[in-house]
Write a protein that binds this ligand. Structure first.
Ligand SMILES: *Cc1c(COP(=O)(O)O)cnc(C)c1O
Length: 441
């Protein structure tokens, strides 16, 4: 299935953003990450519109940049008015270098180093989402030493686990993230934050999973948070100004996925927050969300060149591409499924089932188990794998010393290089010869 501005041109090739993918391969080489920027903008607009439909509601949509973080992407997010969620010093550095407004940056993560927190305090970012007691103490100590205040949210675990088409209420959460609501940790954290001279507790954060297709999971998480937070006004003198329900909105990778519209997630989230606030006699907080995958996933396509093939009669036929698990770890890591098209034969019937293998030295380096391709497909053809925009580039490795591919943005007939392809020289840039870096007593 085609996404966004993808079309099949008169020449039978796949076009994205008004650009022929065969031309992109020629100019930029393969493997190549191609982003349909019009589709990213449309997704951003859809999230904003879903909230803007509510008068008198305070909200923020923070793009979870771990899904795909580069200077150009952060600038696109900035230009379209979203906030930004970062989870490391590197993502924060990227955001600052990209000129992202510091007050709209939120910092997540379960083990932020002192150095990372110092970077956040230096930059005076909008909020740190505090994950645990160690961080709460460290941040208070650092703020005290600097005579600086910092807005914080406290990440809690509402005991909802949501994955794809199901969610379960676990009550007791077994996760490395956040303060447990059930055993009183969250209340203790709120008490400490309220008493802290330099931390300003603005609200509560939770993030219940990824690729969620069940809005009821968000509703249950909100109700659970309120079951505790609803009593914190009396018990510890804390009222949420902000409720951040995280990200995880599902997208369509293959025909097996049936994503909902953004409205179908946001409306129940808003309704549940309003009704829980009313039930507890509390003001409606600002609602923040953190979509990552749902902003960039469908906008990304990876373009490969087909190389060798191997047919095992009666078993299967493998065709190999010039990338693989180094540029897309998700099939190996999560058994993720993808759809593809032979980009220079996009109008031919795809009548043969093959297995698309990567070029890494791992038997498990298979990108697509059962891909449909035209029988005529041959070495030198281009394979476009759809919906690789999230957690592809951002999880890329140098396994087998493969240089990371280039990234291009395409829109209205124009292609813009936003990340250069790495060279072999880039691969050894930080390598030192034997015996240079020794340390003598
Ligand atoms: C990963 C993550 C997100 C984004 O998840 P998506 O599935 O990409 O929408 C948002 N918030 C937190 C805290 C996360 O860890």
């Amino acid at each position: 299935m085609l996404h966004g501005t993808q079309t099949i041109g008169d020449n039978g090739n796949l076009w994205i953003g008004g650009v022929d993918t065969a031309k992109l391969a020629q100019v930029f080489g393969t493997p190549l990450y191609i982003y349909d920027t019009a589709l990213i903008k449309e997704k951003i607009r859809t999230f904003k519109d879903a909230f803007a439909a509510y008068a008198h509601l305070d909200w923020q949509v923070a793009y979870a940049s771990k899904a795909f973080s580069t200077v150009a992407m952060v600038q696109l997010v900035r230009d379209f008015g979203l906030s930004l969620d970062v989870v490391s010093g590197g993502e924060l550095y990227t955001a600052l270098k990209a000129g992202f407004p510091r007050e709209k940056i939120h910092f997540n993560g379960n083990n932020k180093s002192d150095e990372e927190l110092a970077l956040a305090l230096d930059a005076e970012i909008g909020a740190v989402i505090v994950d645990n007691f160690h961080e709460l103490n460290t941040l208070e100590r650092m703020c005290s030493a600097r005579s600086q205040e910092m807005d914080i949210l406290l990440r809690v675990t509402p005991g909802v686990e949501a994955h794809t088409h199901e969610f379960i209420m676990t009550g007791q959460d077994d996760t490395k993230f956040g303060f447990n609501l059930d055993n009183g940790s969250a209340e203790e954290a709120v008490r400490l934050a309220v008493q802290s001279p330099h931390l300003v507790p603005k609200g509560i954060h939770c993030h219940i999973g990824s690729q969620i297709f069940e809005p009821e999971a968000f509703v249950q998480a909100i109700r659970t948070v309120y079951r505790y937070a609803g009593e914190w006004k009396e018990r510890v003198g804390f009222v949420m100004d902000v409720l951040n329900v995280g990200g995880g909105f599902g997208i369509r990778y293959t025909a097996a996925d049936h994503p909902l519209s953004v409205k179908q997630y946001i409306d129940p989230i808003v309704a549940a927050t309003k009704s829980a606030s009313r039930d507890h006699g509390l003001p409606v907080p600002a609602i923040w969300i953190e979509p990552g995958r749902s902003i960039v996933g469908e906008a990304g396509t990876t373009l490969y060149t087909l190389g060798s093939s191997k047919e095992i009669p009666g078993v299967r036929k493998y065709i190999s591409v010039d990338g693989g698990m180094a540029d897309n770890i998700r099939p190996a890591l999560y058994q993720a499924d993808y759809e593809s098209v032979v980009a220079n034969r996009a109008s031919e019937p795809a009548d043969e089932t093959v297995t698309v293998a990567g070029k890494c030295c791992e038997t498990g380096d298979v990108l697509i188990k059962n891909a449909k391709v035209p029988k005529t497909s041959t070495s030198g053809d281009l394979l476009a794998v759809f919906c690789t925009g999230a957690y592809g580039y951002s999880m890329a490795s140098h396994y087998n010393r493969l240089p990371n591919p280039a990234v291009v943005f395409v829109e209205e007939g124009e292609a813009t290089l936003v990340v250069r392809r790495e060279s072999y020289a880039d691969l050894i840039r930080n390598d030192l010869p034997l015996k240079t870096l020794s340390c003598h007593e």
